[in-house]
Ligand binder design. Sequence first.
Ligand code: ADP
Length: 484
Amino acid sequence: MKVPTQSYISGKWFDSELATTFPVINPASGDIIAEVADCGAKLTSFAIEGAADAFPAWKQKTAKERGEILLKIKEVLLKNADHVAEIMTKECGKPLKESRVEVAFSASFFDWFSAEGRRAYGETIPPTGPGKAMITIRKPVGVAAFITPWNFPLGMLARKVSASLAAGCTCVIKPAEDTPLTALAFAQICHDAGVPAGVVNVVPCSRKKVVDVGDMLCSHRKVACLSFTGSTAVGKSLYAKCSSTMKRVHMELGGNAPFIVFNDADIDLAVSGLIASKYRNSGQTCITANKILVQSQIYDKFMDKLLQAVTKLKVGPGLEPDTDVAAIINDAQIERIERIVTESIEQGATLLHGGVRVSTLGPRFFQPTILTNVKPNVAAYEEEIFGPVAAICKFESEDDAIKFANDTDKGLAAYAYTNNLRLSWKLADSLEFGMVGINEPIVSTCEAPFGGIKNSGFGKEGSKHGLDEYTYLKYVAYGNQIPS
Ligand code: ADP
């Protein structure tokens, strides 16, 4: 399978309006790996029209027929897993072993929604009088627009496309400017899987065109809903823009996840959980542990084990098989990580490990880092670090830890390690986040509802709830029927 570089609209490949392109850079080497069509508002509008034209026939298919096509997408995706994983690692940097997991994760959503689409049930409501019948049915909303991020170039897109297609919607995807190739490879996979023309469309664009393309997606009257995964600031602006056409909006925004380790926790389990949560994708995940709180009695032991585990992490290019922590996506992001580390140290945090770039590997590699003595209001806790930096503080009482964990305007994910049944329920109940992992760092799976609250957004991806974003509930009232 070759790697396409043009936009994919109504089943065909197109250059951008003026045949302009933008470069895609390998973050590990700094090399340009491809030039991709730099689409603007006009081509985006063309893609929306294509999706709108494809909608009537797609929604009229039975859920089973759509499910069969979803299964075909899964099959072609898995057949090309190695190829797609390599593209992903080349453009977003992440270790190849993680890219492979992401392909399998993405395929699982097509599997899940191929079946879940057949369970988009309505309901019957007990009638309010003789000769009446009252029912609800679920209908697809129409064209769905997707704006997706670079940190999971396939996973975030797959979660949205699988649910929307199962519901009977068609879609237009705008991938992140750093990682358009994975999305275009996905378009080719949809094409090869026999997805009808216009059902899935992809319009890549550079940073320069992002506002034009975003505005078109948010304001076009034929777009029924926008699903966005990205930063809170951009999410808020898109949410406001969607109000002019009263679109359905789904927002999966940034997090600031607490990771709390209590005195009675299994320390080895907590350390391995933290490594998985914090250093996966070099810390560039929205659900990564950001505020790490460790209770005083086990603090020293925990820190010893954590330091040992972090020193074992291998930093290197994502394509090397034993790499654990790979290149950071771009210059802006690595500069941001450096700034947060520097500011946090100036504000009183202690640097226990790392803290600088690994310049022998190239300009975008950052050492796995541990900061201790981090206090509230320090940059590493106030901001989403989005890098391989564990910021840790000691706490005494469980109520203090819960209060501090909740003291954020974000509400995506939270984690806690304890073997105390009473405490584990108290945490599940009182942590104000959309997802809580107890003795479990990996919460995202197709079977469960992924999503946040507060400034982390609203709406769910995956599970039976994932279909809700793409359907509306129609109420039908029958009167004057023959009473039984
Ligand atoms: P990050 O800071 O992680 O790159 P962003 O929120 O900037 O997160 O980007 C997430 C997605 O939103 C990307 O696809 C990006 O191109 C897109 N994006 C960024 N700014 C805008 C905008 N003003 N309008 C529409 N899309 C945007």
